[in-house]
Design a protein around this ligand. Structure first.
Ligand code: TXA
Ligand code: MG
Length: 332
């Protein structure tokens, strides 16, 4: 299959609509990462997403809708606090998990009785959703476990020949996936951290929990149990306080002939003064926007990425740390 990369315009959006209606897949930009979309009502189309990505069959997909879509067609029992949160943060990088009405294919949520609803704010995502006039089930448009794509070229690198169309909306501004928020309980609970932080949610909803799986407890967001976001090279991760050790490791590896690169925030890059640097930026927002791009750049240029965790840990950094730990932690 030939994979086309097209800018969203009248013709490409018409082509996208046709592919979706015929049960095919279209990759599209969002403000977080690129998504790989299928008609959420069409079980056979949704199955293709799992096949193309090599995604485990028990990891549910979130459903993307146009900002004017009436979500009561697919979910029910929406608590007041969820309505408030939707009003404040949607369109935007917040996915709200609600009770399913049972109208979308059960394959979308892998048999769970809930559905994650996301209203992306990227103008091209909105154009795509308006054109297709359907709720779109979509995970990130990468091969399962690889780094999520933040450009059309990243999608192409992973899925060339496997899907017919990538809508090219430029580089995603957010850079890490949406916050996934369980809204089926008394208070909202963060299942996956992202750019809409726990603090921002608590300010609107009055309170907000964070789900931390205990040993043996059933995982509430099945994606959490898998290795994720990993570049195709060796990685190491050092806490900020141990950055000197990271530098020593870099020098040791280099002396042994290993093509090692350091990934860190700009201030640490200045402190180290080494030349093989993947610099992530000055603050949480820049870190999020650059992380996946730098991981993909890193796997091209380096044999080993030695990452230094950010100094700050609160707010947006919670999401950044979560992704960085999954990408670079626990290997070597
Ligand atoms: O920003 C994003 O969320 C991107 C763009 C494309 O919208 N999408 C994305 O999808 O990251 P994916 O499939 O890579 O991650 C979705 C996460 C997974 O961790 C999954 O387990 C969780 O959301 N999830 C989906 N439906 C759920 C549900 N009903 N209950 C709990 N967790 C759910
Ligand atoms: Mg993903």
């Amino acid at each position: 299959m030939e994979t086309q990369i097209l800018k969203p315009d009248e013709n490409s959006l018409f082509a996208a609509k046709k592919i979706i209606e015929e049960g095919g897949l279209v990759a599209f930009p969002t403000e977080t990462v690129y998504g790989l979309g299928a008609n959420a009502f069409d079980g056979d189309a949704v199955k293709k997403i799992y096949e193309v990505k090599g995604r485990p069959q028990d990891n549910p997909l979130i459903v993307h809708v146009h900002k004017d879509y009436d979500i009561s067609r697919i979910v029910c029992d929406i608590p007041d606090y969820a309505l408030k949160l939707a009003k404040k943060f949607q369109p935007g990088p917040l996915t709200i998990v609600l009770k399913s009405r049972g109208t979308v294919s059960p394959i979308v949520s892998c048999g769970l009785d809930t559905i994650g609803i996301r209203v992306p704010s990227h103008p091209d995502a909105q154009k795509f959703l308006k054109a297709v006039e359907l709720p779109i089930a979509a995970p990130s448009a990468n091969v399962s476990k690889h780094v999520s794509p933040v450009t059309a070229q990243h999608v192409y690198a992973d899925l060339n020949g496997k899907i017919p169309l990538i809508l090219d909306g430029g580089k995603c501004s957010g850079g890490i996936e949406s916050t996934v928020l369980d809204c089926t309980g008394e208070i909202p609970c963060v299942l996956r951290s992202g750019l809409v932080t726990r603090e921002m949610i608590a300010e609107v909803a009055g309170d907000c929990g964070v789900f931390i799986p205990k040993k043996g407890e059933k995982v509430r967001s099945p994606g959490m149990k898998y290795k994720h976001y990993s570049p195709n090279c060796r990685t190491m991760l050092f806490p900020y306080e141990e950055r000197e050790k990271a530098l020593e490791e870099y020098e040791r590896q280099r002396a042994e002939g290993v093509n090692a690169w350091i990934m860190c925030e700009n201030s640490v890059a200045r402190e180290f003064g080494t030349d093989k640097i993947l610099a992530l930026g000055e603050n949480g927002e820049e870190f999020a926007a650059n992380l996946y791009d730098k991981l993909r750049e890193g796997e091209k240029v380096a044999e080993l990425i030695i990452a230094v965790a950010p100094k700050e840990q609160g707010g947006v950094m919670a999401g950044v740390m979560n992704r960085l730990t999954k990408a670079c932690g626990g290997q070597g």
